[in-house]
Ligand binder design. Structure first.
Ligand code: G3H
Ligand code: 13P
Ligand code: ZN
Length: 313
């Protein structure tokens, strides 16, 4: 099956009360682990590529790996640009074969965010085939690429702005800020993890049927933080979003949940363990193979326990 856009996936997810997992990909093992889990569980899938991933792996390599996944699996898969920061970048990945893009103008003044999204929507929607566009309103705390957004710079999405923003830009989905954040350190030690479900509810009432996206939605699974620390790492007080909260959001208007940090933890913890337990190892397959299995297990866990999209493909 060729790559799909997110239109159909989100429509079914909204109606069915579940969300689609958008997993960040950077290399072959990550792509294989994700696609294997989703295929076994019959889960629709979004593979997303950040600007950093493009720089690291080269867009052509990633595209060809995703093409291989389409040959090996019959799942509906969308290939999405994560945190596109310019019209030119969005245009370039659309021309290259991506089926969905995020244009992230969340750091810009409101009117500038609107015009940037309008420009991308105009190009993407007039493209053949139609390309879906995700925009963002409100600003998440944390690290994305090389940009570090402090707690002071972060801001919740203002529900009063969403109708105007979505109507004027024509975007297909909207990422909102309700307390999630990027990276492994989402809450301070002792702080109780919380999401602003009141904001999500308000937005859902104002835009019935419109797909909402949650970024920064890793749970920072303790098993892997412990594994990293047990085998020579030193990750202080990493705290993520409790999975039941994400499950609740998935049953509401949230149709796309972004997960990267949990995959990084699973991969790194497993590699550290393999290296420590087999000090003579020098064949990369001996630690990248188990790391790929750990990614598969993590994605399977998310599909069943967080997203609820198993059996929906
Ligand atoms: O939101 C950011 C994602 O975790 C991607 O991270 O930009 O370091 O590839 P990256
Ligand atoms: P996490 O850092 O919580 O995995 O978020 C990833 C993300 O939002 C990618 O856009
Ligand atoms: Zn993000």
């Amino acid at each position: 099956m060729p790559l799909v856009s997110t239109t159909e996936m989100f429509k079914k997810a909204y109606e069915g009360g579940y969300a689609i997992g958008a997993f960040n990909v950077n290399n072959m093992e990550i792509i294989q682990g994700i696609v294997t889990a989703a295929t076994k569980l019959r889960a629709p899938l979004i593979l997303q590529v950040s600007a950093g991933a493009r720089k690291y792996a080269n867009q052509t390599y990633l595209l060809k790996l995703v093409e291989a996944a389409l040959i090996e699996s019959d799942l509906p898969i969308a290939l999405h640009l994560d945190h596109g920061d310019s019209f030119e970048l969005c245009k370039s990945v659309i021309d290259g074969g991506f089926t969905s893009v995020m244009i992230d103008g969340s750091h810009l003044p409101y009117e500038e965010n609107v015009s940037l999204v309008q420009r991308v929507v105009d190009y993407a929607h007039n493209h053949d085939p139609y390309i879906t566009v995700e925009a963002e309103l409100g600003r998440l705390e944390g690290v994305e690429d090389d940009i570090n957004v402090s707690a002071e710079e972060a801001s919740y999405t203002d529900p009063e702005q969403v109708e105007d923003f979505v109507t004027r830009t024509g975007c297909d989905s909207l990422a909102i800020a309700i307390g999630t954040s990027h990276g492994a350190y989402k809450f301070k030690p002792g702080q109780k993890p919380q999401l602003r479900f009141d904001i999500l509810e308000d937005i859902q009432e104002r835009l019935p049927g419109f797909p909402i996206v949650l970024h920064g939605a890793s749970s920072v699974v303790p098993e892997y933080v412990e594994m990293i620390n047990q085998y020579g790492g030193n990750m202080p007080d990493a705290i993520g979003i409790p999975e039941p909260m994400l499950r609740q959001a998935a049953q509401m208007a949230v149709c796309k949940i972004n997960i990267d940090s949990d995959l990084r933890l699973a991969m790194t913890g497993t590699i550290r363990k393999q290296m420590a337990e087999n000090p003579a190892v020098f064949d990369p397959r001996k630690y990248l193979g188990p790391a790929r299995d750990a990614i598969e297990a993590m994605v399977a866990h998310k599909i069943v326990n967080v997203l609820g999209c198993d059996g929906k493909a």
